[in-house]
Design a protein around this ligand. Structure first.
Ligand code: 13P
Length: 246
């Protein structure tokens, strides 16, 4: 049995006043039977980790080097030092806005492990790629390229986020979600063996809301969600945490 995960990606949203949302989430989800991860902007990690209780605080990106002349970047060790337990890597917004490649995501994943962080590695096709029938090839290539050989269920979570479903209110059909997640599961088992391949959690992301989380999380090989907009308010996200518990 894979323990489900409700992960929130706050993206570039949140000021110190938003720590109240984390506290409200902590109160409303105490004792939840799933892993809860909140990834705020880097500026809030330390303050949120100090009050998060069982909620794991995560980063949204890291550099692959531990230190050095990389103005504006944050290393995995710095995230860990601030109190993070996880980091999102290879989000489509990083791939699109900053040209991140699979090889770079792979190096960042190794850095996350080096620092003792769980990596949440993201894959996902654009609408044009889906329309061209390339979805499985695209995400299969991203998975192969972005995950190091030493990937385990403990050090890595994989998130499938179709780019066209992010922030749009549109989601794939449940059959389309199942097709991708079953494909990712089979690839993980082939590459890493039964135990590791079947142990790695596979999250769905893209317009997950309290109203659709139950049906999405019930899909074959969906082990929870990576949630953007609906993770910003504790009232919304606690509904998604409840869906992950069922
Ligand atoms: P939305 O839930 O806002 O569609 O964002 C999904 C996402 O990109 C999470 O990483």
């Amino acid at each position: 049995m894979r323990r489900k995960v409700a992960a929130g990606n706050w993206k570039m949203n949140g000021l110190k006043a938003s720590i109240a949302e984390l506290k409200a989430l902590k109160a409303s989800t105490a004792g939840a039977n799933c892993d809860i991860i909140i990834c705020p902007p880097a500026t809030l990690i330390a303050a949120m980790a100090a009050v998060s209780g069982d909620i794991i605080i995560g980063g949204q990106d890291c550099h692959w080097n531990e230190t050095g002349a990389h103005t504006g970047d944050t290393s995995a060790e710095m995230l860990k030092d601030a109190g993070a337990g996880a980091v999102i890597l290879g989000h489509s917004e990083r791939r699109a806005d900053h040209g991140e490649t699979d090889a770079e995501v792979n190096k960042k994943t190794l850095a996350a492990w080096r620092a003792g962080l769980q990596a949440i590695v993201c894959v996902g096709e654009t609408e044009a790629q889906r329309d061209a029938g390339e979805t499985l090839d695209v995400i299969g290539g991203q998975l192969d390229g972005s995950t190091p050989d030493a990937t385990t269920a403990a050090n890595t979570i994989v998130a499938y986020e179709p780019v066209w479903a992010i922030g749009t209110g549109r989601t794939p059909t449940l059959e389309e979600v199942a097709e991708v997640h079953d494909y990712l599961r089979a690839k993980l088992v082939t590459r890493f063996g039964d135990e590791i391949g079947n142990g790695i959690r596979l999250l769905y992301g893209g317009s997950v809301k309290p109203g659709n989380a139950v049906e999405i999380f019930a899909v074959s090989n969906v082990d929870g969600g990576l949630v953007g907009g609906a993770s910003l308010k504790a009232t919304d996200f606690s509904g998604i945490v409840s869906a992950a518990e069922s």
